[in-house]
Design a protein around this ligand. Structure first.
Ligand SMILES: [Zn+2]
Length: 411
């Protein structure tokens, strides 16, 4: 077995709590993430004998390099995996290894009352005869993205042990705070020094992500007029009602719970209020950049028209863009997507390029000058107690990266 250290490495990593915290004002957002990076990942990379292992203070990333085995110029490829885990209990994670799964039984999560049931999670049926790794019921597993982290380290170990494999220089980054969406903005593209890269943070083997939403957010602050209800007629302006009236003018079918595939939406994420004052927070998502602009313009028009009726700026709108569909930018670099496609095919995988109804770190990095699609890592049911991964999927992810390294040097 070529990747015999992958499983123990993964089990070691998931047991280290590295949960990020969206309410933190430090960077990386928690000491836990930083400790995992500096005290667990970095020593492992140093022990393997990788080149240029260091912590980049600005980006909050552990960086390392797999030296080239060829003496001609090859575009520098990078791989990234994020070290933080999602907003779910990560205290005392006890991974459970279920070998030779029969593809139909329920899997008990530790000795808890919770089960992974193939009737609820039909993907399980794809993994007959394979090794399923779960948590024990009261935590997440953290395979998102410790799968990617363990796969990158294993890739490095494998390539260092096989100098006969021809490949160029490969840069690795172990990033913080992906789950809270703030990690990528600090990324030091110049210091990383790759011509293109891939995040390794995806689902089942074959999944290849290079289309994402374009995204914006906005908030409304509404100033009401609070007078005693007994004498309110013609005078009171109930800020809560104004918020409801705004919400009701958005297209009611264009919400997350009623859309899928390539359809975008408006999503009200928070509504707090009194008669005197209300606040609404929204996110807007659309695969088309034009569609995003149209949605933003609709919001502006509704607010303008309501304020005009009030005769004052009772509704204050704040709006900002978050990230853009990486497909628009990657269209200029399709050879990168093709490299991944070719490697998937060589590995016998059926390619699934369904667009991501979300963003990835790669969405931001691509617009920061580092074209960066996302590869599968073998993650399933991310972000909760039902999370699991499949050992064979993780092996496949390493196989794909090795193949990509070879293909990249062969061109
Ligand atoms: Zn992830």
């Amino acid at each position: 077995m070529e990747y015999q250290n992958l499983l123990p490495r993964f089990l070691k990593y998931v047991q280290v709590n590295s949960r990020s915290d969206e309410y933190s004002d430090r960077f990386p957002s928690t000491e836990k993430v930083e400790n995992f990076q500096k005290k667990v990942i970095m020593p492992d990379l140093e022990d393997l004998g990788l080149r240029d292992v260091h912590y980049n203070q600005q980006s909050g990333c552990v960086i390392a390099e797999i030296p080239a085995t060829v003496d001609y110029d090859v575009p520098v490829m990078g791989f990234l995996a994020h070290c933080d885990t999602a907003d779910f209990n990560a205290e005392n994670i006890r991974p459970q290894v279920h070998e030779n799964y029969d593809g139909k039984s329920k899997i008990q999560l530790g000795d808890s009352e919770f089960f992974l049931n193939p009737a609820v999670f039909p993907n399980l049926q794809n993994y007959q005869g394979q090794t399923i790794i779960t948590a024990s019921g009261d935590t997440l597993l953290g395979g998102d993205d410790k799968c990617g982290v363990a796969e990158l380290v294993t890739l490095a170990e494998y390539l260092l042990a096989h100098p006969e494999i021809k490949h160029g220089k490969i840069r690795l980054a172990f990033t913080p705070d992906e789950e809270i969406g703030t990690g990528a903005e600090h990324f030091d593209v110049a210091e990383f020094g790759a011509d293109f890269a891939f995040t390794v943070d995806g689902e089942a083997p074959g999944k290849l992500d290079w289309g994402t939403f374009s995204a914006a957010q906005f908030s409304l602050e509404i100033q009401g007029v609070n007078v005693h209800p007994a004498v309110a007629k013609g005078q009171m302006i109930n800020a809560i009602q104004v918020g409801i009236d705004f919400q009701n003018q958005l297209p009611g079918a264009e919400v997350p719970e009623k859309t899928d595939g390539k359809a975008g939406f408006f999503h009200l994420t928070n509504f707090t209020g009194t008669v005197d004052h209300a606040r609404l927070d929204y996110i807007i998502r659309d695969f088309e950049r034009e569609g995003l602009e149209e949605r933003k313009n609709l919001v502006k028009a509704i607010v303008a028209q309501m304020n005009e009726q009030f005769g004052s700026d009772r509704i204050k709108l704040q709006m900002s863009d978050q990230y853009y569909n990486m497909a628009d930018e990657l269209a200029k670099h399709m050879e990168i997507v093709d490299l991944a496609r070719e490697a998937y095919k060589k590995q016998g995988l059926e390619i699934n390029e369904d667009p991501v109804r979300g963003g990835t770190d790669g969405s931001q990095l691509t617009y920061m000058g580092l074209p960066c699609p996302n590869l599968f890592a073998g993650e399933e049911n991310m972000h909760g107690r039902y999370e699991y991964t499949v050992l064979e999927s993780m092996y496949k992810a390493v196989d794909v990266m090795v193949t990509m390294a070879e293909l990249n040097a062969a061109k």
